[in-house]
Write a protein that binds this ligand. Sequence first.
Ligand code: 5GP
Ligand code: MG
Ligand code: MG
Length: 178
Amino acid sequence: MHDEIKEILISEEDIQKKTKELAAVITEQFDGKFPLAVGVLKGAMPFMSDLLKRVDTHIEMDFMDVSSYEGGMRSTGEVKIIKDLNTKVKGRDLLIIEDIIDSGLTLSYLVDLFKYRNANSITIVTLLDKPSGRQSDVKADLVGFEVPDAFVVGYGLDYQEKYRNLPYIGVLKPEIYS
Ligand code: 5GP
Ligand code: MG
Ligand code: MG
């Protein structure tokens, strides 16, 4: 699997260090508030796990599964709910956890949805931000790393459902796409 990677953009060590830093900020921001952490499946799963185990205050966890990609490499702009939350959002302080913000269409859909459901507050943390792809004005409150305009895989991010279990963020060799 590793020999299909052209280049490692963010090492396992750097990711782990960053999750500690972000967890410290989240701990301070949400201390005593019992926020609802909303992981966006499937990509945010490894990040959510590493991040939240380092948060030192009570948090509730739930998951959404939304799709806008249908296995391709570009956003279609159409967001579909595959799995909704099991938890009521009304009055809650939400912490949305994402793997990457590219077009921002997924996130702006979720923010609108949670506003409509009367969340008390919405905070967004994303491991990766790809500002070059943006098609909406949504912004994350907390960002792990900025990435260039390239299709990245690993640490939750897939290409055709593969590579999510890599411990780092990398770029695939071009021959893998063809
Ligand atoms: P957006 O709606 O912001 O365009 O992106 C939504 C989702 O597209 C992300 O959560 C992620 O699952 C996927 N995505 C966007 N950019 C990349 C990328 O560079 N690599 C991978 N593997 N998925 C991406
Ligand atoms: Mg995602
Ligand atoms: Mg994907």
